[in-house]
Design a protein. Structure first.
Length: 404
């Protein structure tokens, strides 16, 4: 199929869906992460004319523009030809997904929907969140983020935005998840599990997916409380276990207790590891790759390992300052993790997240499995770590796995 024929398919879809019934278009999965990260399109009514508002996210900057239909069709088609590999279109009547292969081949899937969404054509409308303001959600009420009526508590607005931001990261990769079977999700170091509950609610209640989520944490009292809340909300596919990331190998139905076990099938589709301290993140990433997880979402926390090892004469003007050494070490740690994921067949993005309550770390590593492991003779990551005289736990774990 020729490239212009692929583009024609996209243009035809855009002409069909760009109307007053459009809810939004989201173009993501960029070909070059250094250029433009995401584009969103929605209809607006300005001075009696129907236009389409384009919001482009470039690094930490956001750019807006309003365009007539024909112009927006051309712009969006150009984006899909050069900048993005994925597009989600949602209208009042249907959902459409566009996926572009490495060779430029376009795959379009369209699905009718019965439940219509109300379309807001105002120019300066209130920001739309996945978990909508004014819609009561049980765990948000217990968390103190919402009132019983669904209003957002002013002092908890940052927490509300943080939860929605994380769900946006998951929304972007929904088309990559397997269809037609139960999806398995593991949340390592789940803690109080606010985001774990949010992920379950989003995938099960809002997306209608068949989903099983296991949360793992060391604290017995926290796990007990989370299981009680899951029972309270009747989240039958969500359960929590006490355990260590480094020794966790999965569990059978009869071992999970409370009559709410998960399938014996060991396939894991998504691994989440949020603020797992120091090398706990490495153990989680190693297991995720071992299981062949389709999606990995990781927000590292404190990172001490590289800081203790790094020794490089050429970098001494930086490393002699404790604070700078700490920050450089943390960035190098995450760079190693991201590159190792790429070497193992994942397409990786380093994204900016909203700071956690108890840590200033705001980097999220998102890996989506795209292909096979690389077999190139040159290993840039190993060259870099040798130069810095460091070896991370993730590298050690994968090396042990190869030698088994």
């Amino acid at each position: 199929m020729k490239i212009d024929e692929n583009r024609q398919q996209v243009e035809d879809l855009l002409r069909d869906t760009l109307s007053g019934e459009l809810y939004q278009i989201v173009m993501s999965n960029p070909r070059n992460r250094e250029k433009i990260g995401k584009v969103k399109i929605r209809p607006v009514m300005l001075k009696g004319n129907l236009l389409f508002q384009e919001t482009a996210y470039v690094g930490n900057q956001v750019f807006h523009g309003n365009f007539e239909k024909d112009d927006e069709v051309e712009r969006a088609a150009e984006y899909m030809s050069k900048d993005f590999k994925q597009c989600e279109i949602e209208t009042a009547k249907e959902r459409a997904t566009v996926l572009v292969s490495k060779r430029g081949r376009v795959n379009i899937k369209r699905k009718k929907i019965c439940k219509k969404k109300e379309i807001d054509l105002t120019h300066n409308r209130t920001k739309s969140y996945i978990l909508e303001e004014g819609r009561p959600v049980p765990f948000l009420i217990d968390l103190g983020v919402q009132t019983e009526e669904g209003k957002i508590v002013k002092a908890k607005y940052d927490k509300f935005k943080q939860i929605n931001r994380f769900l946006e990261f998951i929304e972007d990769i929904l088309p990559t998840l397997p269809k037609g079977r139960t999806l398995r999700v593991i949340d390592f170091g789940c803690g109080k599990s606010y985001l774990t509950f949010a992920v379950y609610y989003f995938l099960k209640e809002l997306q209608g997916m068949d989903i099983e989520i296991t949360g793992l944490d060391l604290k017995k009292d926290v796990i007990q409380r989370c299981n009680e809340l899951a029972e309270k909300y009747k989240y039958e596919g969500l359960h929590f276990l006490q355990g260590d990331i480094s020794t966790y190998e999965g569990e059978r139905k009869e071992e999970s207790g409370m009559g709410r076990g998960i399938s014996e099938e060991r396939k894991v589709d998504m691994v989440i590891t949020l603020h797992a301290c120091d090398t706990a993140t490495d153990y989680a990433l190693a297991k995720a790759m071992e299981w062949g997880a389709e999606v990995i979402l990781s927000v590292p926390c404190c990172q001490h390992e590289v800081n203790k090892q790094i020794n490089c004469e050429e970098l001494m003007p930086v490393l002699k300052y404790g604070l700078l050494k700490e920050r450089v070490s943390a960035l190098i740690t995450d760079a190693v993790r991201a590159n190792v994921l790429e070497e193992n067949g994942y397409e990786v993005q380093i994204l900016e997240f909203i700071d956690m309550e108890h840590t200033p770390k705001n980097i999220l590593i998102r890996g989506v499995k795209r292909g096979e492991k690389r077999t190139a003779e040159r290993k840039p990551v190993k060259e870099m770590t040798d130069f810095l005289h460091i070896e991370t736990t993730l590298q050690q774990l994968l090396s042990k796995g190869k030698n088994k």
